[in-house]
Design a protein around this ligand. Structure first.
Ligand code: ATP
Length: 372
C-alpha cells in the first residue's frame, strides 16, 4: 500500500540490471544490487565510475537505458522523481538564501500544503542540533551547519531512502570527520536507508555498514568495511581501500590449508582459504600494518614470511612510522609501525620485513597489479 506521496511501506532498494549508456559509452553497466532497508550504504569509487549516474537513476533525474529500480516490491523505474519516496542531499547545499533556517527546513511540508509545521521543523532542527539558529539566514551559517540544514530539509519529507551525493566534499578535513560521525548518529536515530556516494575510502569506511566498490560502471566487490579491507578479491579493491603490498609470485604447492608461493626468490606461505588462486600466477597481498621490521633473519618468528631489503624511506607521522623497504628486485614493501617510542630505522639500514602468513591474502595473478 502507498500513501499520498506514493511511499511504499518500506522495503529494500533493489536495482536489477540497471544500465545507463550515453551514446556508445556505458556509464552504469548492468548493476544488480540490493540495499537493505535501514542500512547505511556507500557507493565508493573513483571519479567517473558511475556513482552519481546511479544515484540520479534512483532519484528519477536520469532515465535508465535498461533495468529496473524497486522499492520494496514496488517498481518505481517509471515513477516521476517527485512521486518517489527518495530525497537527495548534494554537495552544494542549495539552501534558499532569502529564507531563514526555519523556513528552509519547513519548505517541503509547506509545499505539500501543511498548515502546522512547527513541531516537525523543531524536531528536525533538534535532530541536527541547530535549533538555536532557526532565525538565521543560510549565509550566516558555516559550511558544516549549512550541510546539516540541508539534511534536515531532506529528512523532514520522511523519504524512504536518502541519497547523499558527496555531501561532505566541500568541507575541510576536520569538519568532514566531525560530520561523518554526525551523519552516522542521525542515520541510526532516524533508521532510514542512506545511500552515500563518495570517492573517499576512509569516509565510506567510517560511516557505512555496507560498501559497494564501483569501477567502470560495475560493482567490483561489496561487503562490510572490514570484509573489504581484510579480504579484497581484486587488486583494484586491495589498492583502493587503504594500502596493500602486492607481491607477484607463482603457486608452488597448495596442500590442505597452506598455499606455498615462490616470490622474490623466497618461499612465502598463506592460508588456502584466503587465496583466490591455487595454481599458476598469484599476487600475494599483505597490509602495511601487518608487516614488522627487524634487523636480522634470526629475529623472525618461526613459520613467518620474511624478505630482506634496505630502508629507502622512513616517515614519522605521529601515531606510526611508515617505512618503505626496497627489496633486491627493486620492489618496495610498505610497513606501518605503531609508534611505541622505538628508534626510527634510517634510510640505508638493512632490515628484514616479516609477517604472519595468516595475515596475507592471495589474488588471481593475471590481474593488473596497479589497478585502482
Ligand atoms: P564523480 O565522482 O566525478 O561525480 P561519478 O562516479 O559520479 O564521478 P558519473 O557522474 O556517474 O561518475 O559519470 C560516469 C561517466 O558517465 C563519466 O565518464 C561521465 O563523463 C559520463 N557521463 C555522465 N553524465 C553524462 C552525460 N549526460 N552525457 C555523457 N556522458 C555522461
Amino acid at each position: 500500500s502507498t500513501d499520498v506521496l506514493g511511499r511504499t511501506e518500506g522495503g529494500d532498494l533493489r536495482l536489477a540490471g540497471l544500465t545507463k549508456r550515453f551514446g556508445a559509452f556505458t556509464a552504469v553497466d548492468n548493476l544488480d544490487l540490493t540495499i537493505p532497508q535501514g542500512s547505511f550504504f556507500a557507493l565508493l569509487g573513483a571519479s567517473g565510475c558511475g556513482k552519481t549516474t546511479t544515484l540520479r537513476m534512483v532519484s528519477g533525474l536520469e532515465d535508465p537505458t535498461a533495468g529496473q529500480i524497486f522499492l520494496g516490491d514496488k517498481d518505481v523505474t517509471d515513477t516521476k522523481p517527485y512521486r518517489r519516496p527518495v530525497n537527495t542531499v548534494f554537495q552544494n547545499y542549495a539552501l534558499f538564501p532569502h529564507l531563514d533556517i526555519f523556513e528552509n527546513v519547513a519548505f517541503g511540508l509547506r509545499r505539500r500544503g501543511f498548515k502546522s509545521v512547527k513541531p516537525q521543523v523543531e524536531a528536525m532542527l533538534e535532530l541536527v542540533e541547530l535549533g538555536h539558529l532557526a532565525k538565521r539566514k543560510p549565509s550566516q551559517l558555516s559550511g558544516g551547519q549549512q550541510q546539516r540544514i540541508a539534511l534536515a530539509r531532506a529528512l523532514i519529507n520522511e523519504p524512504q531512502v536518502l541519497l547523499l551525493d558527496e555531501p561532505l566534499g566541500a568541507l575541510d578535513l576536520k569538519l568532514r570527520r566531525q560530520m561523518q560521525i554526525e551523519l552516522k548518529r542521525i542515520q541510526t536515530e532516524v533508521g532510514l536507508t542512506f545511500v552515500h556516494v563518495t570517492h573517499d575510502q576512509e569516509e565510506a569506511m567510517t560511516m557505512a555498514d555496507t560498501i559497494a566498490v564501483m569501477n567502470q560502471g560495475r560493482i567490483e566487490q561489496m561487503g562490510s568495511p572490514a570484509e573489504l579491507y581484510e579480504n579484497p578479491l581484486t587488486t583494484f579493491v586491495a589498492n583502493f581501500l587503504g594500502q596493500s603490498n602486492l607481491i607477484p609470485g607463482t603457486v608452488e604447492s597448495a596442500t590442505g590449508d597452506v598455499v606455498t608461493v615462490s616470490a622474490q626468490g623466497r618461499r612465502l606461505t598463506l592460508d588456502a582459504k584466503r587465496c583466490r588462486s591455487l595454481s599458476g600466477a598469484v599476487i600475494l597481498g599483505v597490509r602495511p600494518e601487518k608487516v614488522q621490521l627487524v634487523a636480522t633473519e634470526a629475529e623472525v618468528p618461526s613459520g613467518y614470511n620474511a624478505l630482506s631489503g634496505t630502508v629507502s624511506d622512513a616517515s614519522f607521522i605521529g601515531v606510526s612510522t611508515q617505512y618503505l623497504v626496497k627489496l633486491p628486485s627493486g620492489e618496495e614493501i610498505s610497513v606501518f609501525e605503531q609508534n611505541t617510542g622505538r628508534a626510527i630505522q634510517r634510510p640505508g639500514t638493512e632490515v628484514v620485513v616479516h609477517w604472519d602468513p595468516s595475515q596475507g591474502f592471495g589474488l588471481d595473478g593475471t590481474q593488473d597489479i596497479d589497478a585502482g
